[in-house]
Design a protein. Structure first.
Length: 624
């Protein structure tokens, strides 16, 4: 086994060394299905930017992902397919001009859409796409009036009670819905044959009536004439968008929010050739990547996430911080630490900037996960370099300042989990509009604090976080992972975190979790979990093992075991025997953004997490 582990580690190190970019980063694709490719085609055609080569290659990729039944899926075992993805693909392929309604593949897509009830049954974002590009009418009712942006922070629901991801999307959507903006071209396809649209399919108005009334009353209390307040709200929303444009032209670096911002600015009178719009389009096009010879537009780049995690994993294997590969990565990370005050300061006014974001151009939205990942990467430089020491101090202080009052950590902001938000009739609103404490963020933060700082295990911040995890463990012993798939991910994060801060293997929560992991191990020694888990809100097996899920499970068990166990050794054997695997299990999404609608395939995970698990096994059991 020792030889297999050493061979596996060295092979992964060589692979990662070869894949590093000259600037020290790892730019593995951040793949999110076909939606961004569809939206890109629709955007370019609507703006009459006829980049034929780009449109054609995007259309080819979309078509390459079609299932035999004519529809599109978000993941392999999704069922018969995904209606929203199919509507978007059908629309984009027609609008591209390279496929028409007589094509047998599009006929099959149409049959699927009609049989599923038409676009009215699709996700809210799909319906918004159809409305703003003139395929359907905007509803007369929209749940969040644009004047919400004027409400003071003292009001129970205000613009900054939404998560930053929610604000990034609500700001342009509020303008578009208010103006009922639509933009068609002579090339716009006619989608009427997909089924009649009913206004009530946008939102469930009954569930929202009381809250909507309360919002209206609050808005009426604002000082000023209604028409002037309305215009002020529009202007303030525009100012919010323009003030959060990154240097690459994107709005918060997200594809979807930038797409919506472009249309919102058009609704406010901007021309299609205005520099803000052309720069935004250029920023979106710059996020393209090549996957298996086909072009894909990424939702955002994952450059900082990939680079920090890989650099950390490599250092765990014994690669020195002085190695040029690590030195270049850490220099890059040092230069990407945030110095601006983002929206997070609204709920955390006494903290200084010091976090890291997810993508290469991100300067407004630091997050807890990227901050702990980057701090792990630079940890070995802290005692020998003043610049890294200063960076470390700022990062740790920012991280500690972001702990929620409930004891956990969220992704982007502090204490933005109002229960009132759940009353809004926005589909998947708990993912879009709130940013609650989660087991994966809390566990990963505890792991960092326990293994990389001098904080006492009895420190109030650690004590509160441990208590939060104990209270949020599932009955079966697992924890839910908000940003990964799903319960294996959350349980890995929670267990490694608890172990790092001194919670003993005999603790009842730990024992329950270990028993759960052992119970769900597959016959081949690996682990695998379906994306269905996040919608079902319970563990759903994939009925196949993946490298990433196996690495998470093994690493969790390693953190608690004083000696190799049969379960751990079987997991290690699976990893060493399958490192060269290249099949659907290596391409299966391991991250999620919005249950049932948005999944992420990190191309880096199949390398970095097995490397981390193998390194931890070697360090703990073979180097002693």
């Amino acid at each position: 086994m020792k030889k297999d582990i050493e061979t596996g580690i060295q092979g992964l190190i060589d692979k990662l060394r070869n894949d590093q970019s000259p600037n020290g980063t790892w730019n593995y694709p951040f793949e999110t299905g076909v939606s961004t490719d569809c939206f890109m085609i629709i955007l370019l055609r609507t703006l009459q930017i006829n980049d034929e080569k780009f449109i054609k290659v995007l259309a080819e990729r979309i078509m390459s992902k079609q299932e035999e039944n004519g529809a599109w899926k978000l993941y392999r075992d999704e069922g018969d397919s995904n209606l929203s993805a199919t509507v978007e693909a059908y629309y984009a392929l027609l609008y591209s001009g390279y496929y028409d309604k007589k094509d047998r593949r599009l006929k099959a897509a149409k049959r699927y859409i009609v049989n599923k009830g038409g676009p009215g049954q699709a996700h809210m974002f799909t319906k918004i796409l159809l409305a703003l590009t003139g395929q359907y009418k905007w509803p007369n009712f929209f749940p969040i009036p644009v004047e919400v942006i004027l409400l003071p922070a003292s009001f129970p629901i205000n613009f900054y009670q939404f998560s930053v991801y929610g604000r990034a999307h609500l700001a342009p959507i509020m303008v578009l819905a208010d103006r009922k903006f639509q933009l068609k071209t002579t090339r716009s396809p006619d989608l009427n044959e997909l089924g009649a649209y009913r206004e009530e399919e946008f939102f469930n108005q009954d569930d929202y009536r009381l809250l909507h009334s309360a919002l209206k009353k609050a808005i009426k209390k604002l000082i000023g004439l209604p028409a002037l307040l309305h215009q002020l709200a529009i202007e303030k929303t525009k100012e919010y968008m323009l003030s959060h444009i990154e240097k690459d032209g994107t709005f918060f670096t997200y594809f979807s929010s930038t797409f919506l911002m472009i249309f919102a600015l058009l609704a406010m009178g901007y021309s299609k050739t205005h520099p803000v719009i052309t720069n935004a389009v250029a920023g979106l096009k710059a996020m393209k990547t090549n996957i298996d010879g086909l072009q894909h537009v990424q939702f955002t780049t994952a450059t900082i996430w990939n680079t920090s995690l890989i650099s950390y994993a490599l250092q765990e294997t014994g690669v020195k911080e002085t190695d040029p590969m690590i030195a270049k990565a850490n220099t890059y990370l040092l230069n990407r630490q945030h110095i601006k005050y983002g929206d997070w300061v609204i709920h955390n006014p006494n903290a200084m900037p010091g976090g890291w974001g997810f993508g290469d151009h991100n300067t407004f939205v630091p997050d807890v996960d990227d901050t702990t990942a980057s701090l792990r990467s630079i940890a070995r430089k802290v005692h020998s370099d003043h610049a890294f020491r200063a960076s470390w101090d700022r990062g740790v202080l920012w991280l500690l300042s972001m702990q929620n009052k409930d004891g956990g950590w969220a992704a982007f902001e502090k204490n933005t989990d109002s229960q009132l938000i759940s009353l809004l009739p926005v589909e998947k609103g708990e993912y879009l509009l709130t940013d609650p404490s989660t087991p994966d963020l809390t566990g990963r933060t505890l792991e960092f604090l326990g293994n990389y700082t001098n904080l006492s295990h009895s420190h109030p911040a650690i004590h509160k976080a441990v208590r939060w995890l104990e209270l949020h463990q599932k009955k079966d012993g697992s924890w839910y992972g908000r940003w990964g798939i799903c319960y294996i991910y959350g349980t890995w994060a929670a267990l490694t975190g608890l172990s790092a801060v001194g919670v003993q293997p005999t603790h009842h929560s730990v024992q329950k979790a270990v028993n759960w992991l052992e119970r769900i191990q597959n016959e081949d020694g690996g682990w695998g979990e379906s994306c269905k888990s996040d919608e079902a809100r319970k563990y759903v097996p994939l009925n196949a093992s993946t490298l990433t899920h196996t690495a998470w499970a093994v690493d969790a068990l390693l953190s608690l075991s004083a000696k190799p166990t049969k379960t751990i050794n079987r997991g290690i054997d699976f990893l060493t025997n399958h490192l060269e695997r290249d099949d659907w299990t290596t391409n299966y999404p391991k991250g999620q953004g919005m249950a049932g609608n948005f999944y992420m395939h990190y191309h880096s995970y199949r390398y970095l997490y097995p490397l981390l698990a193998l390194a931890h096994y070697k360090n703990k059991f073979l180097n002693t």
